[in-house]
Design a binder for this molecule. Structure first.
Ligand SMILES: *Cc1c(COP(=O)(O)O)cnc(C)c1O
Length: 386
């Protein structure tokens, strides 16, 4: 199995599984109960909160555990009375569709355009701010094309204007060093299963003093901001995975970046291919390439038949026929957007994987092109020109 879909989800780190197991068996107590065994579970959650906080430069009381990146984004966007929100055209659906929903409820939303690499211009952000702007939400690193946003530059603008800035940092946390104080954001979303933790758990960083209503009401858990008995094992697993991921960044970041660059170089040797997203400010594990004249979806199925996992655009839109909204925001033609494939590298990938992938990918592209009427037309016209 060649797994190149780490932006969709990562395999669990053994340390996370091991840390979780006692909380799925003997340490089953409700952390809100008062007896000693339950207080030990509460203490384990407190430790996890401390570990997650220190991984992103936050204080423990600024960390709120959630059910994942989607809930964290929903909370950040719906937790403030919103008149006007500024976001971007290249957000994850967990931000974009919340904004579409809020528009139906009467909120106005400005969708900032991106340049052809997926970057937002600071000038566009500054120009979009209005007296009634209540929130700005900009993705830290794009999950489809890997472009990293200059969030610290954006927060200078929003902090000057006194508007809270939220960032969806799900693709960054655990992969790239990150510090909420240096970023200057008021809210930040993260998700455990993108850095070797379990699915269904994440966190929202909320800077002290940021007003935010709860999204889920009920008990007093998470200091009244997120009701419901805690996903104890999930929280413990997330904290173990994140601590390990952060400790490994100094070696993994350069290693995965080198693998990424090797893969980009090799794929671009196939004729009629182009890299999508930024060359420089790019997630270490993200490779997104358009293959002209063929469908990314067909290529994906060919790879799957040979036990090789990749993705077209975002996993969430796989199966849908519309081209990815992110690739369209970057200004790609329908043809190039539909011909795009994302390979996302992670901790388990090696240089051998890259070689094995190329041995499958190169003939698959050739085979599909030989069947492609678009390619046939192209060959005829180029022959004609000669
Ligand atoms: C995966 C992802 C999400 C959703 O996180 P879940 O924990 O799966 O809900 C949100 N934003 C980005 C950028 C992601 O990559």
């Amino acid at each position: 199995m060649l797994y190149f879909d780490n932006a969709a989800t990562t395999p669990m780190r053994p340390c996370a599984l091991e840390a979780m197991l006692p909380f799925l068996s003997e340490n089953f107590y409700n952390p809100s109960s008062v007896y000693g065994s339950a207080r030990k579970v509460r203490a384990a959650i407190d430790d996890a909160r401390g570990a997650v906080a220190s991984a992103i430069g936050a204080n423990p009381d600024e960390i709120f555990f959630t059910s994942g990146g989607t809930e964290s984004n929903n909370h950040a966007l719906k937790g403030l009375p919103a008149k006007h929100i500024i976001t971007t055209a290249a957000e994850h659906h967990a931000v974009l569709y919340v904004c579409k929903h809020l528009e139906k409820l009467g909120c106005e939303v400005t969708y900032l355009p991106t340049d052809n690499e997926g970057t937002i211009r600071a000038d566009d952000l500054a120009a979009a701010i209005r007296p009634d702007t209540s929130l700005v939400s900009i993705i830290s690193a794009n999950n489809e094309v890997g472009t990293i946003s200059p969030i610290a530059k954006f927060s200078e603008i929003t902090n000057q204007a006194g508007i809270p800035l939220h960032t969806d940092a799900v693709q960054m946390v655990g992969n790239v060093p990150l510090d909420v104080k240096k970023l200057g954001v008021q809210m930040l979303s993260l998700s455990a299963h993108k850095f070797g933790g379990p699915k269904g758990v994440g966190a929202l960083y909320v800077k002290k003093g940021t007003p935010l209503f709860p999204l889920i009401l009920g008990g007093a858990q998470e200091r009244n901001r997120r009701a419901g008995t805690e996903n104890v094992a999930g929280i413990i697993g997330m904290s173990a995975a994140l601590s390990e991921a952060i400790a490994e960044i100094p070696t993994e970041l350069p290693r995965i970046t080198a693998l990424r660059d090797e893969l980009i170089k090799k794929i671009l040797q196939i004729p009629h291919t182009c890299l999508n997203g930024a060359r420089e400010n790019r997630l270490p594990g993200n490779v997104n390439i358009s293959f002209r004249f063929i469908e990314g979806e067909s290529l994906l199925l060919h790879l799957d038949m040979q036990n090789c996992c990749a993705s077209t655009g975002s996993a969430c839109s796989s199966g849908a026929l519309e081209p990815s909204h992110v690739l369209m925001a970057l200004g790609l033609s329908h043809e190039l957007a539909n011909g795009a494939l994302r390979f996302s590298l992670g901790a388990q990938n090696t240089s051998d994987d890259i070689e094995n992938l190329m041995n499958i990918l190169t003939p698959a592209v050739e085979k599909l092109r030989n069947l492609s009427p678009l390619y046939d037309d192209f060959l005829k016209t180029s022959e004609h020109r000669r």
